[in-house]
Design a binder for this molecule. Structure first.
Ligand SMILES: [Zn+2]
Ligand SMILES: [Zn+2]
Length: 344
């Protein structure tokens, strides 16, 4: 089968023929229909920020497809079923996994990093990483549920514990943050303040329901600005990873405020005096991926028309165009939300 493979010390993916995987008990073979190109793919390729435990590896972790073959003992899926593949992979036996909280598993990994991914014609994976995709949701929207939508959903709903009418700040409105805006709206946020350096990203955020747009290039200190324009921030979700945004925002947080960190950053935070954090009971919480609740709940939000992902698909491409998509995403060419690869 054809796949986009990353070799060690390479910055681009190589499209090549790889051998098909055999199918063992509990495993399912999926013909991939769509796979999103994510900012985290840039960390492993063009930006060379993350190195992986083994190479070569097939990238791609936001995917959907159709079940093509089932292994012995598979009970929840049959040939022809439409599915979303979880981007998080976990051991399946620890207490967290047994409760469906795979993002807490000590042995967790990511499809398309620690495990061969979905920039390929097929993926073979255990049935516990699959979710049924209803016929009324297209494959491209189904694919991005696996990370671009489910990661902010988990961060905002389960770690951020959003309440109706709260003031929410979304810092960084790329592929994940933009869905953070839409999810905050769907879950009943009052004011949604979007922060980014890029005007195009802010325009996207207003389409998804942001009530206030802040171009971080035009202000000196985000904490000061937020303090001036709000009566206190209840929930701040950071997708930028930029240490200064997070450090400076602490002082704008309301009593009981939650700061949820999703964006990967490389500089230390300076989050201020313990007394302020204690007195106002401010939480700073890290959040990665999602657990098994997110994708089914998101499917319900889409079906009840509370969340519209139709604008999230920027364009669709052949597998051979994956490196162009990475470059265009890196340069934000065409103000992309998600480029989709169709390996079929
Ligand atoms: Zn991703
Ligand atoms: Zn586990």
């Amino acid at each position: 089968m054809k796949a986009a493979v990353l070799y060690k010390n390479e910055r681009y993916l190589k499209i090549e023929e790889v051998s098909k995987k055999t199918i063992s008990p509990g495993m399912v073979r999926i013909k991939i229909k769509c796979c999103g190109v994510c900012g985290s793919d840039l960390h492993m390729t063009l930006h060379a920020k993350l190195s992986l435990p083994h190479y070569p590896v097939i990238l791609g972790h936001e995917s959907s497809g159709v079940v093509n073959e089932i292994g012995e003992g598979v009970t929840k899926f049959k040939k022809g079923d439409r599915v979303v593949i979880s981007s998080g992979i976990s051991c399946g036996t620890c207490n967290h996994c047994l409760e469906g909280r795979l993002n807490l598993c000590a042995k967790k990994g990511v499809l398309g990093s620690e495990h061969d991914g979905a920039f390929a014609e097929e993926v073979v994976i255990h049935e516990r990483f699959l979710f049924h995709l209803p016929d009324d949701i297209p494959f491209d929207q189904g694919a991005i549920l696996a990370d671009a939508v489910s990661t902010p959903y988990h961060a905002i709903k389960y770690e951020g514990r959003i309440n109706q009418g709260e003031t929410v700040v979304i810092v960084g409105c790329g592929g994940l943050g933009i869905h953070g805006v839409g999810i905050a709206k769907a879950l009943g946020a009052g004011r949604i303040i979007a922060v980014d350096l890029d005007e195009g990203a802010l325009q996207n955020a207003s389409l998804y329901g942001a009530t206030d747009l802040i171009n971080a290039k035009k202000i000196k200190n985000i904490g000061k600005t937020l303090k001036e324009i709000t009566n206190g921030v209840d929930l701040l979700c950071d997708f930028s990873g930029y240490y200064k945004n997070i450090s400076d925002s602490v002082r704008a947080m309301n009593t009981g405020g939650r700061m949820v960190l999703v964006g990967i950053g490389m500089n230390a935070l300076k989050i201020g005096f313990p007394l302020m954090m204690i007195d106002r009971m401010i939480s700073v919480i890290g959040s990665i991926g999602c657990d098994t609740r997110a994708i089914p709940e998101l499917i319900s939000l889409i079906q009840s028309k509370k969340l519209d992902l139709s604008r999230s698909i920027t364009s669709t491409h052949k597998l051979e165009e994956v490196n162009d998509c990475l470059e265009n995403l890196d340069q934000r060419k065409g103000n992309p939300i998600r480029f989709i690869i169709e390996p079929d």
